[in-house]
Design a protein around this ligand. Structure first.
Ligand SMILES: Cc1cc2nc3c(=O)[nH]c(=O)nc-3n(C[C@H](O)[C@H](O)[C@H](O)COP(=O)(O)OP(=O)(O)OC[C@H]3O[C@@H](n4cnc5c(N)ncnc54)[C@H](O)[C@@H]3O)c2cc1C
Length: 85
């Protein structure tokens, strides 16, 4: 989809630590950021063990990617599973 402001589009596949850091790093760049993940949420993996042992609920270590990037106006997260590039 063309960007209404005619900015270059950066597509990031994966909304984990790396993808989110890249998207946030481009927060003030003159680009349109599309972040694609097969899920719609970020998982804080270091706390997975606590979820496995029922010390935490799954919702304690996950956050919707759209929520994480809610203040970033040039970002457009979407839940997709790309099979070709
Ligand atoms: C149980 C556990 C404990 C850990 N503890 C620590 C720790 O204490 N300290 C530490 O430094 N590191 C820890 N790690 C490692 C750390 O979590 C990873 O190094 C880090 O998450 C890697 O970041 P990433 O962005 O490369 O990948 P990820 O965070 O795994 O993100 C990858 C993202 O890409 C998405 N994705 C994958 N394939 C596709 C596809 N085909 N299409 C669309 N989306 C896709 C996934 O849904 C995911 O959101 C731990 C890992 C685990 C599993």
């Amino acid at each position: 989809m063309p960007d209404p402001l005619n900015r270059p589009r950066v597509v990031i596949i994966g909304g984990g630590f790396g993808g989110l850091a890249a998207a946030r790093g481009l927060g003030h760049a003159h680009v349109a950021v599309t972040l694609i993940d097969r899920t719609n949420h970020f998982i804080f993996q270091p706390l997975l063990y606590q979820v496995a042992t029922a010390a935490l609920a799954p919702s304690d270590i996950t956050a919707p990617i759209r929520w994480v990037l809610r203040h970033q106006r040039n970002a457009d997260p979407c839940g997709r599973f790309p099979t070709t590039i």
